[in-house]
Design a protein around this ligand. Sequence first.
Ligand SMILES: NC(=O)C1=CN([C@@H]2O[C@H](COP(=O)(O)OP(=O)(O)OC[C@H]3O[C@@H](n4cnc5c(N)ncnc54)[C@H](O)[C@@H]3O)[C@@H](O)[C@H]2O)C=CC1
Ligand SMILES: CC(=O)C(=O)O
Ligand SMILES: [Mg+2]
Length: 606
Amino acid sequence: MWNLARSAAANLRQTRRFSAAIPGPSIVHKRGTDILHDPWFNKDTGFPLTERDRLGLRGLLPPRVISFEQQYDRFMESYRSLEHNTQGEPDNVVSLAKWRILNRLHDRNETLYYRVLIDNVKDFAPIIYTPTVGLVCQNYGGLFRRPRGMYFSAKDKGEMMSMIYNWPSPKVDMIVLTDGSRILGLGDLGVQGIGIPIGKLDMYVAAAGINPQRILPVMLDVGTNNKKLLEDRLYLGLRQPRLEGDDYLSIVDEFMEAVFTRWPKAIVQFEDFQMKWAFETLQRYRKRFCMFNDDIQGTAGVALAGLLGAVRAQGRPLTDFVKQKIVVVGAGSAGIGVLNMAKQIALKILGNNESMGANNQFWLLDKSGLITKARKDLDPAAAPFARGFGPGEIEGLGEGASLLEVVKRVKPHVLLGLSGVGGIFDEQVLKGMRESDSPRPAIFAMSNPTMNAECTAADAFKYAGSNIVFASGSPFENVDLGNGKTGHVNQANNMYLFPGIGLGALLSGAHFITDGMLQAAAKCLASYMTDEEIQKGILYPSISSIRHITTEVGAAVVQAAVDEELAEGHCDVGAKELMHMSKEETVEYVARNMWYPVYSPLVHEK
Ligand SMILES: NC(=O)C1=CN([C@@H]2O[C@H](COP(=O)(O)OP(=O)(O)OC[C@H]3O[C@@H](n4cnc5c(N)ncnc54)[C@H](O)[C@@H]3O)[C@@H](O)[C@H]2O)C=CC1
Ligand SMILES: CC(=O)C(=O)O
Ligand SMILES: [Mg+2]
């Protein structure tokens, strides 16, 4: 089983600095205002006089040269004064104002934008990622100023192979793709879902150091079934119902062919697809292209690390994972993804002996209640977890049993929500967890954004008791339990893993992302925390150390690819070199390949 001893590298995480190598010059083919209007090259007032002369910028900027540090401080001052000036205003208004100020910087000067994001990731992740990104998607029609990423629509059928060459960047490493059909817990948002790939890729730059010139957010607009949007005069997507069946798949096929023709080494992350297409496309492409589905596979690893943490928090050995009773609420792509990985791990513990009943510890509910074999039209993805077989059945707990009934009768060690339904872990359900068979019951309200969380952190500690361990998909503040005690809030979000999965796959040069690589990522995250931290209910590291976590996860993925003989190398590092790297050398290799935002000297070439 996994050895969760804290790695030496993890011990260094507080002290290690990601110092930037001195950047080499960048070649620029533009001059004058064209450079000022290109966020990749623009340094605003930071252009030194020599560059102003050489690049035709003299006179186009105020005369004083401002250093990067001064620009940084100036931005942070305006951000802090915005915070000050919006005090007392509704949360949504404040969040959108913060998103706007960051987005304006993103549009103008990417180097400065990514530096402030990296240095303040704990504060800014909730703005550029969940929960604010959900609000941005909902209001996209009104917020839209300039495009970011690419849009492929059903009307582009037959054109995608040429369209892909419209993207200006010659190299692309990471693509995040959505069809907008299940944006967080907000449902079908059609073309407005583009905010999700943008936010996820910002996290790729911040956490994994993927070069922002090599990222591509993509919206596949196949229509929407959201009536409100179809009637909205500001809606910017196709005004038609979603394509279905082969019509739908032929669009995704064409897109994938086009991408991998132009960039054979790119990695495509599928994000926020409705369940049926999430599973179908994963099956369809995972052995043909380097791709993964973050909601199914990234979420699973993060949840699993939390579930193993919950076992440790009880002072039990990890092998006791198989004795944990786990209730999963939400039988969608995320919930079933989690159960699939949990089952793989349980099977490993049980020596791959299926007859030992690796499924017996799980109870799965959807909007119709407990899923059993008696369910009509049982979804094939949920079928392996439908109750009604073997020992361990609880008498009278039948098809469609309510969540409250299940919690009361099962007395689970873990209650995990991936339903997208805000507040369904209500007072009664949470009080029911007081009867849990665990001395440290685990409550994971993983749905996003905040208003869709199954419960708030405060309610969880209030009703289920101060001995629980708690995690949520979107951030909540720690809870003051009185008497100087704190209820620690963990953020169980796939952002702890997807950047490292993508980075590791890229740097290994593997053509596919295997279960072994994903398990290595999960294992790495699970082993990150010390026993003392786990005892305090801290199951995941602070978001502030996400660059370090991602380096470790990336290295674990590279090593898994090497072990499976899938690693073909990246740039000038070949397969053989990867094979001979020690763990520490692999971590160094990953860290070395991470982009860090500093102004590089610009050299003009015609
Ligand atoms: N924290 C994280 O890292 C992640 C969180 N999520 C969140 O999980 C949620 C679900 O995502 P998906 O599984 O992809 O969605 P999905 O649409 O595929 O599945 C939702 C499931 O919830 C069930 N459900 C709906 N109402 C319910 C109710 N009242 N009681 C019990 N079950 C109910 C549905 O029947 C369905 O099985 C979303 O809010 C999403 O934001 C998803 C991925 C990662
Ligand atoms: C975090 C994420 O991927 C989701 O809520 O869909
Ligand atoms: Mg998602």
